[in-house]
Design a protein around this ligand. Structure first.
Ligand code: UDP
Ligand code: MG
Length: 331
């Protein structure tokens, strides 16, 4: 842990929960988080005006209606609703950007409560000891299938090789102070990979380990396509090392070519016949493949640059319902 000044005032905590078609779990989740937050307030760990902010990421089921019902009945629940489906990363960002106006600290957690809510005590302890960012890291991957476990491990290895500072097995279960959130609001990039971005900001931080449980109900909302997009964003948004690797690849190819030329000249001088067709075909295929892959990598970055150059909004907020809240500056 980086040395930090400890805090004396307990925080107003906002819990940001992204929801995409989560009608099966919403009510249960709402009850569990309220129970936990009430307990934390009773224990004097958070202020009584702490709240939950659900972010509806363009759900097509009953999620939004259920969220509005909850917030109508109890001002403890706030709702921010997107005009469409912009994805998990945008949902947590929007929630954090809204909550930072009211809270001292914001924790993001998934709607299915796979991430152990009891870890909040540790998050808060780290916050009180002065940390501005507290990362949740999963203890193990028991609940994941073999394929997800293997791909996740490989992915983090690759990410580190490519220069990303994302913590292995870190999730988007994370506490950020408003100071860190204000800094995050200055970042304008539209392809978001918060797990990789936040560690580069460099605030005092700590890690909390938590257990991962089975999903309470419903199915994973991360389709294979969404996961691949996130993985690619993770690499291209954190590092340009793949582009440099193309240069190195070219260098290696030139050296190989030089070696082949020398071998051919020596063979020729010794009166040996230089073999033709097969060697030529192999070299051509290998080179063609390398060139196409390189073009693909470059294309990925050019595409990203193009999308960023448009400066489109990252998400469009349709409605925000937050009742009985006081903005930070009014306190
Ligand atoms: N989610 C979202 N938008 C999406 C996909 C997912 O807001 O397009 C939310 C989802 O409701 C959940 C969280 O992101 O709260 C994590 O999704 P999920 O639990 O399905 O992912 P997994 O745990 O399977 O990786
Ligand atoms: Mg989940």
């Amino acid at each position: 842990m980086i040395d930090a000044m400890s805090r004396t005032r307990i925080p107003t905590l906002y819990l940001v929960i992204p929801c995409y078609n989560e009608e099966e779990v919403i009510e249960k989740t709402a009850a569990i988080v309220k129970e936990k937050m009430t307990r934390l307030a009773d224990e004097g760990k958070i202020e009584r005006d702490s709240k939950v902010l659900f972010v509806n990421d363009g759900s097509s089921d009953n999620t939004l209606r259920m969220l509005h019902d909850l917030s109508k009945k109890d001002p403890f629940y706030g709702v921010l609703s997107f005009a469409g489906n912009y994805g998990h990363q945008s949902a947590i960002l929007a929630g954090m950007m809204e909550a930072r106006h009211y809270a001292d600290a914001v924790v993001t957690i998934d709607a299915d409560l796979q991430q152990d809510i009891e870890a909040l005590d540790d998050f808060l302890a780290a916050y009180m000891s002065g940390c501005d960012v507290v990362y949740g890291v999963r203890n193990d991957r028991k609940t994941d299938g073999f394929l997800k476990k293997a791909t996740a491990t490989m992915y983090y290895k690759l990410m580190h090789m490519l220069g990303s500072s994302a913590l292995t097995n870190s999730a988007d279960y994370r506490l950020m102070s408003t100071k860190a959130l204000d800094a995050l609001s200055e970042y304008e990039e539209s392809s978001l990979f918060l797990r990789g971005l936040i560690p580069t900001m460099g605030f005092s931080s700590d890690i909390v380990y938590f257990d991962v449980k089975e999903r309470e109900a419903g199915q994973s909302k991360y389709t294979f396509k969404k996961m691949m997009t996130l993985a690619l964003d993770g690499i291209t948004s954190c590092s340009i090392r793949p582009l440099r690797m193309i240069g190195s690849l070219g260098f290696i190819t030139v050296i190989a070519a030089l070696v082949m030329i020398i071998i051919s000249i020596v063979d020729w001088a010794n009166g040996k016949n230089v073999q033709g067709y097969t060697t030529l075909l192999i070299v051509m295929l290998v080179l063609g493949g390398v060139i196409l892959i390189s073009l693909g990598v470059m294309g990925e970055y050019i595409g990203k640059t193009y999308m960023e150059a448009k400066h489109r909004p990252r998400y469009i907020v349709d409605t925000v319902v937050l009742r009985e809240c006081r903005r930070r500056e009014e306190k």
